[in-house]
Write a protein that binds this ligand. Structure first.
Ligand code: 1HE
Length: 263
């Protein structure tokens, strides 16, 4: 993909507007409450497999009143087990790409963050939520199970115990509770979520790129490691970052009381 300020339209389901080091990704299925169909999963795959050159941070949002109403149920009325398995594994692959692909992803949440929409949100790194945001895991009510990574990522945020309760009751968790639970990290006023996400994205894009890369690559992986391996991996990440030119610049800038100029 070229390294210019530009707009890309992925199969009419995902729009990417690139401005300098930030890509604003917008799900463009408001009529279907931004439900995630196969085309949208394919569009995420395409974008995160080959992000525009120079982009460091992505702001992910939904067009209209909702972030995402989850899996597009119209594509899933009847499927053999093997197809459901393949479909779920494909979501896992693409959500991994979002979480561990090396770009920082800031999500602007509002309205429905339901089922697969919550799985998608849980694959991002920093989340801002407007007061309209509702979180729900209604799979049990639809006679299905989560399949886009929730048992791992959502459970890591709120714990398996609370996720069990949310799945069994399919209750709606509001913006304030979501903030307390960690579904979101920041609250924004109505209509201001994306602007707040953009502001955070700009600040994050100003960090040393290798530090950002190591944060999104290392932390989630270290959580899966035994303690001794995690600590060893931490030391490797520290050795890599602290011997890079940006570390010298960051430390020197602090001592000289000025803003660092990273690569
Ligand atoms: C959809 C979907 C969808 C809306 N798949 N088409 N997710 C859910 O169970 C959530 C289902 N959706 C809802 O509960 C509601 O739509 C909302 C609360 C999000 C919004 O309500 P509302 O009144 O604004 O919209 P609506 O009238 O319900 O829907 C508008 C249209 O969007 C309508 O289509 P239309 O052609 O009749 O206009 C809906 O059918 C469509 N729509 N949500 C398909 N999800 C990897 S495994 C993950 C498993 C899951 O994600 S399960 C949870 C699925």
């Amino acid at each position: 993909m070229p390294a210019t300020s530009a707009t890309f339209d992925h199969a009419s389901v995902l729009r990417a507007v690139v401005e300098d080091r930030i890509a604003r990704l917008t799900i463009t299925r408001p009529d279907k409450r931004n439900a995630v169909n196969d085309a949208l999963i394919g569009a995420f795959d395409a974008f995160f497999s080959d992000p525009p050159e120079g982009v460091r941070v992505v702001v992910l949002a939904g067009e209209g009143e909702h972030f995402s109403a989850g899996l597009d149920l119209s594509e899933h009325v009847s499927r053999p087990a093997a197809d459901v398995m393949r479909h779920s594994r494909n979501w896992h692959r693409v959500m991994d790409k979002i979480q561990l692909g090396g770009l920082v992803v800031v999500a602007a949440l509002k309205g429905a963050v339901i089922g697969g929409g919550l799985e998608l949100a849980a694959s991002t790194h920093v989340r801002v939520a407007e007061p309209s945001t509702i979180y729900q895991l209604p799979e049990g009510r639809r006679g299905i199970f989560v399949g886009g990574g929730a048992t791992v990522r959502v459970a890591r945020i709120i714990g398996a115990d609370r996720m069990t309760e949310m799945m069994l009751t399919a209750r709606i968790c509001g913006a304030e509770e979501g903030l307390a639970l960690g579904f979101a990290h920041y609250a924004a006023a109505a209509g201001e979520g994306e602007a707040r996400a953009l502001e955070l994205a700009r600040a994050i894009a100003g960090n040393a790129p290798l530090s950002n890369y190591l944060v999104v690559q290392a932390l989630a992986r270290i959580q899966d490691m035994p303690k001794a391996d995690g600590l060893f991996a931490e030391s490797l990440a520290a050795a890599l970052s602290q011997t890079a030119p940006d570390a010298e610049e960051g430390l020197r800038a602090f001592l000289e009381k000025r803003k660092p100029r990273f690569s």
